[in-house]
Design a binder for this molecule. Structure first.
Ligand SMILES: [Zn+2]
Length: 257
């Protein structure tokens, strides 16, 4: 596989990086990612993955674009109100980079369909806004050995962690049980600022690129917390739990990447 003239020009500013290479670019072109959620985190995450030259991106979202989404979901514009988010995201990502195959999944990811959607992916970027989806994604990625980047944003804060099933702490290792619904305010109640979601989603894209290409050191066995108000970044160590219901039986060799 060699890069075309068009690819060499499109990716020239990343190809020139000492940490990047034509080999990394080709590896990316041969890779497939699933982005769960085409909203506040999924917009920046999918945009940067498509721009960087992933071979295929699947975008999963069951919602329609609403006026109240637009301040934080930059894949969706005012004329897009009422369109399916997954379909609209696919249109935008294809326009950004026609070299990328983008497959919309206008469905809600749950424990019933998570493994079907995740199968064949080299990385999953979880940009969902519900704990139910987050655990379903984590469980499917652990069962199939697919590396995962988890992210969340609320108010002016956000957090990210990368997971290599069988090798590093998974989401359920870090958070064995979901919090009680009344203890966590929703985005509608607590609010969220678009720029903070942009930071978190961009970090998720970077972590996915690192997992796919071997660039740098991925954010594994650590949870990054960002306070957008103070710009304080905190790294919290996580470790695998022997009794983890998701990953304790995953063999280290299960990593697909
Ligand atoms: Zn685990």
């Amino acid at each position: 596989m060699t890069l075309t003239d068009s690819e060499l020009e499109r990716y020239s500013r990343q190809l020139v990086l000492p940490e990047w290479s034509g080999e990394a670019q080709e590896r990316l072109r041969g890779s497939s990612a699933i982005v769960v959620g085409a909203g506040a985190l999924g917009s920046p995450a999918a945009t940067y993955l498509a721009a960087a030259g992933l071979g295929r991106i699947g975008v999963v979202d069951s919602d329609d674009v609403e006026l109240s989404n637009l301040h934080r979901q930059p894949l969706h514009y005012t004329p897009d109100i009422g369109l399916r988010k997954a379909e609209n995201a696919a249109v935008k990502l294809r326009a950004l980079n026609p070299e990328v195959e983008v497959d919309p999944y206008p469905a809600r990811l749950g424990s019933d369909n998570a493994e079907t959607i995740v199968t064949g992916a080299d990385v999953v970027v979880d940009c969902a806004d519900s704990f139910e989806t987050r655990y379903a994604v984590n469980d499917a990625c652990c069962a199939l050995g697919v590396p995962l980047v988890e992210g969340a944003v609320l108010g002016l804060g956000g957090q990210v962690m990368a997971i290599v099933p069988g090798q590093t702490a998974c989401y359920r290792c870090a958070f064995p049980a979901p919090p009680s619904p009344e203890s966590v305010p929703s985005c509608r109640e607590a609010g969220v600022l678009g720029a903070v979601a942009g930071i978190v989603g961009s970090i998720q894209a970077l972590e996915a690129l690192k997992l796919l290409t071997g660039l740098g050191t991925p954010l594994v066995d650590r949870l990054l917390h960002i306070d957008g108000a103070t710009m304080e970044h905190t790294l919290i160590a996580t470790e695998r739990r022997e009794d983890c219901a998701s990953c304790s039986r995953v063999a280290a060799s299960a990593q697909s990447g």
